[in-house]
Write a protein that binds this ligand. Structure first.
Ligand code: ZN
Length: 252
């Protein structure tokens, strides 16, 4: 399916929603609260555990955003390969088309390929149609590279709007955020601060957000993330937790 035909579906879907608007007012009011709840980690983890990526006890879902990046991603792939660990990569469509060989390499190595949108812009500032087009373009372009349309989506900055929820439903994308992050995008982050920040919030069955590219972060921040990764894998192993992609993370 192309973005164009999807766009037509989206338009008719939207007009159906508008016709049903009066009846749906309470629902829409509740939906407006969703970006707030989904953006604030403690609220999200408590009230939206599925969206936050709370999964199987004893399993940690390892996820990376903002790649692929020829400069940094190959280092992560080598480290993960050496450790026998598979992860989920939420790719930016705009980056994926720049490094198509890298996307195929990631998929070929057994990593789970998901999408982070086409452009890294806050969806709160975009209309429903623009949001839909952004997601559809990312899903189409990444799917063409791997041969399978991605089914998982993580919004830039973790902000889920009503339009994003609707776009995900139309595209067969499941949104997944995270239960713990390393604040690895910050210029002042160190491998130790990344490890400590993740471990502070992480519980058994959690989903961890890191970045394998600095395209939206402080320059060279990926080097700290890369150095933190063995520290994290060792900490999880010491707790008896296994690490893998989100596809292995669902509750039985
Ligand atoms: Zn991002």
């Amino acid at each position: 399916m192309t973005s164009t035909t999807r766009g037509t579906d989206s338009a008719s879907y939207t007009s159906t929603l508008v016709r049903a608007g009066v009846a749906a007012l309470p629902l829409l009011a509740a939906a407006h609260a969703a970006p707030v709840i989904s953006s604030f980690g403690p609220l999200r983890n408590r009230f939206l555990p599925g969206l936050a990526g709370q999964g199987k006890p004893g399993h940690i879902a390892l996820t990376f955003d903002d790649g692929p990046d020829q400069l940094s991603t190959p280092h992560f792939l080598r480290l993960l390969d050496a450790r026998g660990v598979r992860a989920t990569f939420f790719l930016l469509g705009s980056m994926a088309v720049r490094f198509p060989g890298l996307v195929r390499e990631m998929a070929g190595a057994g990593h789970e390929i998901a999408v982070h949108g086409w452009a890294h812009r806050p969806l709160l500032l975009r209309g429903s149609r623009a949001t839909y087009d952004d997601l559809a373009r990312a899903q189409d372009s990444v799917g063409e590279l791997t041969g399978a349309a991605p089914t998982l989506f993580r919004p830039p900055y973790g902000v889920m709007t009503t339009g994003t929820h609707l776009a995900c439903r139309r595209l067969g994308l499941t949104p997944v955020l995270w239960t713990a992050w390393g604040e690895d995008w910050r210029a002042r982050a160190t491998p130790r601060s990344i490890r400590d920040t993740v471990l502070r919030d992480l519980r058994s069955g959690g989903t961890v957000l890191l970045h394998d590219s600095d395209c939206t972060s402080a320059t060279d921040s990926w080097r700290n993330t890369l150095a933190a990764l063995p520290l994290l894998l060792e900490a999880w192993e010491a707790r008896g937790w296994r690490t893998g992609p989100l596809r292995d993370h669902r509750q039985a």
